[in-house]
Design a protein around this ligand. Structure first.
Ligand code: ATP
Ligand code: MG
Ligand code: FE
Length: 343
């Protein structure tokens, strides 16, 4: 099926077009620069930026794909989770396009779309699969029995998301927002020499929180370490702190993801979300999956962060699976649970 996908859950206005598993267009307009000086996304600013970018971004995607709106089989849009106002802009636009062109509409889960996007790179996802979803607002381990509808959470962060930890640690190191990319770059120049804590890996935590994560203790440990340095007047070795922090995050995420595969007898691990763009998590996951005969699937970095192609990819999968489309009155759900793949 030929599907147009619209993403507006945060600060990226994304419009993607796919045919089956083939990516035809992936246009992203980001308002990230407008938020940078606030050190985080400002919801009202994001909503207005989506409103302004929507029509031109849809048009660019159609032009790139060499199609018209009348050619598509369906329109998919992120219904949640995300910023309420930002979601409303995307869903309103999708409804208008669906109504104008007489096409079915699918309101999809942004988190499931972060997993589905991998099909554009590696083809159909073998099921069951374990999905490690690591983004700015979420960090979860999921068992995916059916990408069109049966997704079960195994565990999740009990405090900060992994991406949030990157953003907060970057801020205290004086690196720009969003913090993932600059920490990734700094870490390449540094050494893993500071033994920062691995959250929820103590023996008793592994009983109650085997597949859960915690990153706020790590963030505090990094802050204390940096403050102690500053107090003595010594320079802060930013690259070493970045490398050591990044290692602590990636070590726990990949160890628990592999453990979930082994525990469930699952041979496929897929990683999605913005943090999946991180060079160290990709390398460490590959090393550990190889050791255990698990097939690792991680999409290329620009498909890991928010985009419209991921929404189109999930939409295409839903159409192919025969899923009933949403109503034209479909709601947004800023707290949409991962167990709901469609609205
Ligand atoms: P969610 O998907 O939970 O709603 P989001 O859509 O805001 O959140 P994404 O766009 O999926 O999040 O991911 C953004 C996050 O990914 C940011 O926290 C950013 O710092 C992080 N990130 C991006 N690139 C990298 C990288 N190379 N290394 C580590 N983190 C990264
Ligand atoms: Mg973003
Ligand atoms: Fe996201």
């Amino acid at each position: 099926p030929l599907v147009l996908g619209i993403e507006t859950s945060c600060d990226e206005t994304g419009v993607g077009i796919v045919r089956g598993h083939t990516l035809l267009a992936d246009e992203v307009a980001s308002s990230v620069e407008e938020h940078a000086r606030f050190g985080g996304v400002v919801p009202e600013v994001a909503s207005r930026a989506h409103f302004e970018a929507m029509v031109p971004t849809v048009q660019r995607a159609l032009d790139t794909a060499g199609i018209t709106l009348g050619d598509v089989d369906a329109i998919a849009v992120t219904a949640g989770p995300g910023l309420a106002g930002a979601l409303l802009v995307g869903v309103a636009a999708a409804k208008a396009y669906a109504l104008a062109a007489g096409k079915p509409i699918y309101g999809v889960n942004h988190l499931a779309a972060h997993v589905a996007v991998d099909t554009l790179e590696h083809g159909p996802l073998p099921e069951p699969a374990i999905a490690l979803l690591v983004s700015g607002g979420h960090s979860s381990l999921l068992r995916v029995d059916d990408l069109a509808g049966r997704v079960e959470p195994l565990g999740a962060t009990i405090d900060d998301a992994a991406g949030e930890a990157f953003d907060k640690v970057a801020r205290l190191l004086g690196l720009p927002f969003p913090g993932g990319p600059p920490i990734d770059r700094a870490a390449r120049e540094g050494q893993i020499v500071i033994p920062f804590p691995r959250g929820l890996t103590a023996a008793r935590d592994l009983v109650e929180h085997r597949f859960d994560f915690s990153f706020s203790g790590l963030k505090t440990a990094v802050a204390r370490w940096v403050e102690a340095r500053q107090r003595t007047g010594e320079p802060v070795p930013v690259n070493d702190v970045a490398a050591s922090f990044q290692e602590a995050v990636c070590d726990v995420l990949t160890a628990k993801a592999v453990d979930a595969c082994l525990a469930g007898g699952v041979r496929t691990l897929v990683i999605g979300g913005g943090v999946a763009a991180n060079s160290r998590i990709r390398a460490l996951a590959q090393e550990r999956c190889d050791k255990h005969g698990i097939t690792l699937r991680v999409p290329r970095p620009n498909l890991c962060t928010d985009n419209g192609a991921m929404v189109a990819a999930l939409g295409s999968h839903l159409v192919a699976a025969g899923t009933t489309p949403g109503r034209l009155a479909l709601p947004t759900d800023s707290a949409m649970p991962i167990t709901l793949v469609t609205a």
